[in-house]
Design a protein around this ligand. Sequence first.
Ligand code: UDP
Length: 332
Amino acid sequence: MRVLVTGGAGFIGSNLVDALMEQGHQVTVVDDLSVGQRANIAHHLASERFRLVRGSILDRDVLEPLIRQCDLLFHLAAVVGVKYIVEDPRHGILVNVRGTENVLELAARHTVRTVIASSSEVYGKSTAVPLREENDRLLGPTTASRWSYAESKAIDEYIALAYAREGLPVTIVRYFNAYGPRLDPRGYGSVIARFITQATRGEPLTVYDDGEQTRCFTYVADTVQGTILAGTVEQAAGQVLNIGADREVSINELATLVKELAGSSSQITHVSSSTAFGPNFEETRRRVPDVARAREVLGFVARTPLEDGLQRTLDWFREHKPDDINTTERFS
Ligand code: UDP
């Protein structure tokens, strides 16, 4: 198939591209390389089945021919990561809403099978764990800019579902804390990247608040598998699906695990999240997916144990020494 991946030079996107190339597809990536990196897909550049187009999803002239010429579209380009959103909410909203509107409008015009990457963040502060796709969402006030990400992704979902009613075969995947090789070493978008970088440098691991907040960390190979199934299983069209592991881990446990696996002598320190993100910051206390629907519709289960995934991520960070970035300076 001719497959288009927006954001294909990013963390999840480039891992998705690897899997699609492995399956023998013709893959085009459109990425503005703002966060995504050429290095993530450089190993495909020599292949005649692969093409990188540097461009923005805000640019309809770039998108139109690419979408017209593809059979399957994975839309992953977005401004992602709490830190980016809190620092520049306007840009995040613009890219995530207008960009997705562009992608969906063109996909609908050419009736292209589409997968839209959404996020578990759309559940907000909901405490009704495990979080089912049909659950109520619970978001904080507009003055807490973190929630603009959840809102922008929710608008993307509404638009996608509206097009689905008009006949567009589109599936929405809600990712739960993906991690793995090619995470941004600066830690934007992932506590795991931050902890690994800190642990390997002997810097303190910065656990926010009491560290009893929980997440279900999902190894990126699993995230990718769920994503490909979402784009290829026919019954998935028109559905919203959680894509995540269901092992709930506190940030305290995660810090201990990373420290142990890295064989690090780093301290584990507790810092206030409002010191890192400002006074109006709000946190999601527990985030656990209900995985039943993805299992029923896609036959998908995230199988990689956290210890294995962390070890592989750690190995990758060691092999690909990130730039010399002081995580403490950049994030506190
Ligand atoms: N976190 C932390 N220390 C850090 C970065 C993040 O304790 O240096 C916590 C954060 O408060 C959240 C969890 O780790 O509870 C996951 O954060 P991440 O940014 O990876 O993703 P989120 O699920 O918040 O989008």
